[in-house]
Design a protein around this ligand. Sequence first.
Ligand code: 6PG
Length: 244
Amino acid sequence: MNGPRLTVTADLAALGAAAADDVLARAASAIASRGRFAIALSGGSTPQPLYERLAASPWRDRTDWSRWHVFWSDERLVPADDPCSNQRLAQQALLGHVPIPAAQIHRVPIDAGPPEVVAAAYEGELRASFLLDDGSLPRFDLILLGLGSDGHTASLFPGAPALDERRRLVVATPPGSLPPAVDRVTFTLPVLNAARAIVFLVSGADKAEALRRVLAGDQSLPAARVQPTDGELHWLVDQAARGR
Ligand code: 6PG
């Protein structure tokens, strides 16, 4: 595996533009090779300019949306219309504007029951969509991730037991130290590290220290443990996050 690729953009808007080009290129390659593009969207607010650009012309006309399969790398267990919902942001900024078949938008079943039930149900959705037998891992074409100022990614928080999970694909996690303080479900590290490509989107000076430590390999930070086994790792960050 090559070392991580680092791209620094002037600001968040430029980050969204660079990310849109990157995502569309990966979609074209996946669709050409395998007939579908399996992507997991990240949570948080950073991806918003990416989503808005993908939904706008000419970018929206540059991919075959009917080949996209959309998942989320994690979700907060809040109502779908809650401002904290990761699915809500993606729906409003992208999914409500492009013709991805509804059956190929694999939403986290937040109403399935307690967090452990939601996690098990979403794991079942993953296994069914990737035709997985027990013990095998889904291989996403692209997983988008963000970075918390505490070094978390997805909903894998520093010191959390979820970081040691090696069998399950999706687990329930209690709130981390950063808001929103809500229960979540998250992909586990084996799922993240099985991806063909991981792209981190990081913006803002408040992420600079965590980014510096992650890029230096500080394994106490969950994001530093995202190391695709056989895939690309691309850090797309703005100048403020790079801190130079
Ligand atoms: C979550 C996210 C989380 C997010 C980072 C960055 O649900 O909390 O998946 O990992 O990506 O906290 O969030 P911002 O983009 O809002 O800074």
